[in-house]
Design a protein around this ligand. Sequence first.
Ligand code: SF4
Length: 283
Amino acid sequence: MKPVDRSEFNQYIMKTARDVIQDYNLIEPNDRIAVGLSGGKDSVLTLHLLVELMEEFDFELIAVSIDEGVSGYRGEGIIAARTNAAKLGIELVEGSFKKEYGFTLDQVSKLYQSACIPCGVFRRQLLNKISSELGVDKLATGHNLDDEIQSFLMSFAKADFRRFSKFGPMLDRIHPNLVPRIKPLWKLPEKDVGIWAVMNNIDVHFAECPYSHTSLRSKVKNYLNEMEGSRKGTKLSILESFSKTFKFERKEIIIGQCKLCSEPSSLNVCKACEMVEDIKNRI
Ligand code: SF4
């Protein structure tokens, strides 16, 4: 039974994240860590937790926000990101698809089956590029328990076994310019993150992205919520089954760099550059 008292609930949130950080050695003394801060509840909780742990674990923090260019949506998220970073005294660095690639997500969303396809590719690349330029040791993301098992089941359903190496609470450094990712919320259910934000009256952007319904993820999410509703603990059991069955190792993946943009890539031309070329020919 989870605590309903605010202070006990906050302790449960902190303990769950701290256990993941300690059990998987996510943070080392003197680390410089960037938090990918969208302004949504998950990334905002990640920032708040890490600020609280900075002294104890002896590391530095900076935040990075990406504006994908989704009208009526992302703007409010960026405002929440700025508000939280300012309140906590953390520097915020901002990037945008428009500035980096020359178009907004809105302008290219219809070219793909789901807007999440280009969004994921460009956001991952830009977050890594900015973090790498900032010289940070790690990039902390707000991926929670639900995100992780959704991704896992999606890869499982597509038999995309290469992607299994991207799961787990920490992704090692496998290329000098590929900033390792850490996921302090790895064992926290999305619902509890929402409760934390409401209970503590935190300024977060709760709205859903207008493109989210186009993704396979939203279907998997609904399915998992139904399962959890009828059998409590299902999500955590799925995470534990995956953790015991698969090794979260990326050492076997050989990664070079894109010949066009020099970003880390396992192909000659990275997915982002391939998509930019494709988009240029279609808009
Ligand atoms: Fe991007 Fe899809 Fe997430 Fe919207 S739902 S922010 S389009 S990945």
